[in-house]
Design a protein around this ligand. Structure first.
Ligand code: FES
Length: 141
């Protein structure tokens, strides 16, 4: 089968889908390759991501990876969320077809954009390098 059971499950029953009215950080990113967009909301309490929601106008793989990404960062320290890589999300989903890996980059970027927004809004200092553009292996072939 093209998609793993986990991908199908997260696509059909996305976790943490929706909007958050009182978010502490919001990240909105777009995928230049396909035009899909993703919005990620985080709530932070004592440096821990206490809640997370996402909204996407994107493909099934983008939905599945964002859903999995929200589960992987919920309850974790903000700094740890920054380390979440698209490869780790893809692995947690038992893989994606090669031509869909670029969709998972959207989830990673949205998480990072939300954290950056949280840092900016709260005057928290950070190393700009943390948010440097990352090359997507399949988008920049
Ligand atoms: Fe656009 Fe998947 S095709 S994110």
């Amino acid at each position: 089968m093209l998609y793993s059971e986990k991908v199908m499950d997260h696509f059909q029953n996305p976790r943490n889908l929706g909007k958050m009215e009182d978010a502490d950080g919001i990240g909105e990113v777009g995928n230049a390759k396909c035009g899909d967009i993703m919005k990620m909301y985080i709530k932070v309490e004592d440096d821990i991501i206490s809640d997370v929601k996402f909204n996407t106008f994107g493909c099934g793989s983008a939905i599945a990876t964002s859903s999995m990404a929200t589960e992987m960062i919920k309850g974790k320290p903000v700094e740890e969320a920054l380390k979440l890589s698209n490869a780790a999300v893809v692995e947690a989903l038992d893989g994606l077809p090669a031509h869909k890996v670029h969709c998972s980059v959207l989830a990673e970027e949205a998480v990072r954009a939300a954290v950056k927004d949280y840092y900016d809004k709260n005057g928290i200092q950070y190393d700009e390098k943390l948010f440097a553009e990352k090359e997507c292996p399949s988008c920049h072939e």
